[in-house]
Design a protein around this ligand. Structure first.
Ligand code: 5GP
Length: 184
């Protein structure tokens, strides 16, 4: 990624909005109702994968009515650009024992599937009562490992996207929509 030189340069890289704020809001309301139905009053632990899923987590935890706790893990797979390094690093782990919890992983995007595949294996080994994965975005055409989320709010083509928590070089996380990123 080329360094951003000005506000004009920053704005010019937001190529095209592909999912509007309104579409995201609508999908989150629906997802909240589905989570409520699935857990039927049972308490859950929402686990957000930082940093990309922090905005999605903030919205999804307010869209559910079942009692919920929240937890955070930090995983890194993209370094300063648009290409995956293929290495998934857990840089911050959960602060509690998850046995005894219905765990719901809240992720921003599933791309090659490596990050979630690793995290799911790790958390399953800690014996939660149940484990579900909810992702805002899914890019199934990019999958390199056999992984399917339990719920996906939007399926998108093979584009590098930014906004609503997703970054490029740590910028753009605060955009309220999902857009395609381009340096041209
Ligand atoms: P995976 O392990 O599935 O290849 O990648 C998952 C992680 O890669 C996501 O949590 C996200 O941080 C990053 N990632 C994958 N695709 C995109 C994308 O289109 N835009 C951004 N900003 N990050 C992405």
């Amino acid at each position: 990624m080329k360094a951003i030189s000005s506000i004009e340069d920053f704005n010019s890289r937001i190529k095209k909005i592909i999912i509007t704020k309104e579409e995201i809001d609508e999908a989150i309301k629906k997802a909240g109702k589905e989570i409520d139905k699935l857990y039927d009053g049972r308490p859950i632990l929402l686990v957000s994968i930082l940093k990309g899923a922090f905005v999605f987590m903030a919205d999804i935890c307010r869209a559910v009515s079942v009692p919920c706790e929240i937890g955070f893990m930090c995983a890194k797979s993209y370094y300063e650009g648009t290409q995956s390094s293929g290495v998934v690093q857990i840089t911050m782990d959960l602060d509690r024992d998850i046995s005894g919890y219905h765990v719901v992983i809240i992720e921003d995007i599933v791309d090659t599937g490596r990050t979630l595949n690793d995290i799911v294996q790790l958390l399953k080994g800690r014996n939660p009562i149940s484990l579900h994965v909810i992702t805002l975005l899914d890019k199934p055409s990019r999958r390199l490992v056999d992984f399917t989320p339990d719920m996906s709010l939007f399926t998108i083509p093979d584009l590098f996207v930014i906004g609503y928590g997703l970054d490029c070089g740590e910028y753009y996380r605060s955009l309220p929509y999902i857009a395609e990123y381009s340096e041209e």
